[in-house]
Ligand binder design. Structure first.
Ligand code: NAP
Length: 373
């Protein structure tokens, strides 16, 4: 259910002036996405007094280092969100469903990393490089897309813009941190045990992570055989691009990598293109960095993508299963992409959205209108 928008005027603008308040609440501050969001806010120079670190009752009393100081974790359940300009939800869908209405009623804009509201027709699902225009002035609830959908859409957007899109095949190789702190703990515990010559049974995933690759741990739809991650890639990419019938064929797999997802992507374009055209499109794109040196065999890897905001793209080549036309142009192109799913797939994208809405910069607090390019 989408939060009650009764605090909104008919123009969609909150009746509470949240832009003046200035505090930034992180709900799920102890989790992997929440901690990443806090570290990005710290690197942007936001003062500690503006950050409200919230988590479950279990974490109350814990602290997180911030700018040579400490942030005390407070209870999200007990928070009234008064004085909060933006609430970055970095917790489960249930937590977002329960607490987002309270945050909105108190005048905060909510940016939610969970899947709770992503497909609701009234909620913008935003990747700023692609569809920031879908952010309305005074947007009160914005959804951050699934991490794999963000990485895919950012990687393919330069080709979509230049040549149009007909279809995408994608196979993912997803890091264990995509499932949260529990996924990291599972892999690290198995690594430590292996170093001592022992075997550690999984306690979070169903399958062992170490020395293994397994089908994505989300539930399988019995009727289609798709898992939930694959369904999210299809539905959310279509919504981000406003291409409701785009053919997308995903297979999602978990690999023993700590952070940053890898994707093998084949795109079918509306207009055929030469390799020069394709490379030029990537060279001019925002949020994408080409790593594609065939001589040195230098291509995207999760380690190269980790801790950065760019999606790395390489192995750019025409589909060898099709022949180029007489002008040397092909419709189908293969790529390898890697992106840090904790940053561009979650925390950085959410903070970019807050920036687009003018919610982070105190200088913008007096602004009466927010320009969205
Ligand atoms: N991991 C990724 O790569 C990724 C990417 C995109 C989107 N997401 C989404 O982002 C959200 C957070 O994922 P995560 O990977 O950071 O998970 P995580 O590491 O397991 O962290 C979960 C966070 O939720 C908090 N939490 C649990 N119950 C709560 C409650 N009742 N009230 C307030 N906070 C509560 C936890 O606090 P305690 O420590 O107190 O339990 C913790 O801070 C999820 O919706 C996930 O689907 C994750």
């Amino acid at each position: 259910m989408v939060p009650d928008r009764s605090s909104l005027s008919s123009s969609g603008t909150s009746t509470v002036d949240h832009h003046r308040a200035g505090r930034i609440a992180i709900i799920g501050a102890t989790g992997v996405v929440g901690r990443e969001a806090i570290s990005i806010l710290e690197s942007k120079g936001l003062s500690r007094s503006r950050i409200l670190a919230l988590a479950s009752e279990r974490s109350v009393g814990m602290t997180i280092p911030y700018a040579s100081d400490l942030l005390a974790i407070e209870s999200a359940d007990a928070c009234d969100f008064v004085g909060v300009s933006v609430a970055l939800f970095c917790a489960s869908s249930d937590v977002a469903q329960n607490l987002a209405p309270r945050a909105i009623a108190a005048g905060a804009a909510v940016i939610d990393n969970s899947s709770a509201f992503r497909l609701h027709p009234d909620v913008p699902l935003i990747v700023p490089e692609i569809n920031r225009a879908a952010l309305a002035h005074g947007s009160t609830l914005v959804a951050n897309p699934n991490c794999s959908a963000v990485i895919l859409t950012v990687a393919v957007e330069p080709l979509r813009q230049a040549f149009g899109l007909r279809a995408i095949d994608i196979a993912t190789y997803q890091a264990v941190s995509g499932a949260g702190q529990g996924g990291i703990d599972d892999l690290l515990n198995q690594v430590k045990a292996a170093a001592l010559g022992r075997t550690q049974a999984p306690s979070f995933f169903r399958e062992p992570c170490l020395f293994n690759v397994f089908s994505h741990d989300s539930a399988i739809e019995p009727e289609t055989g798709l898992n939930v991650e694959e369904r999210k890639i299809i539905d959310e990419s279509r919504k981000i691009w406003s291409l409701p019938t785009l053919r997308i064929t995903p297979t999602c797999v978990r690999v023993p990598v700590l952070r940053a997802h890898t994707q093998a992507i084949t795109v079918e374009l509306d207009q055929p293109a030469t390799e020069r055209d394709v490379r030029d499109a990537f060279a001019a794109a925002r949020g994408v960095r080409v790593v594609d040196d065939r001589v040195a065999s230098n291509f995207p890897t999760p380690l190269k993508a980790a801790h950065g905001d760019d999606v790395l793209v390489g192995r750019i080549r025409p589909d060898p299963g099709t022949s180029p036309d007489a002008s040397g142009r092909s419709r189908r192109w293969c790529l390898l992409a890697c992106g840090d799913q904790l940053r561009k797939g979650a925390a950085s994208n959410a903070i970019q959205i807050a920036d687009c809405l003018g919610l982070l910069t105190p200088a913008n607090a007096q602004a009466t209108s927010i320009a969205i390019a």
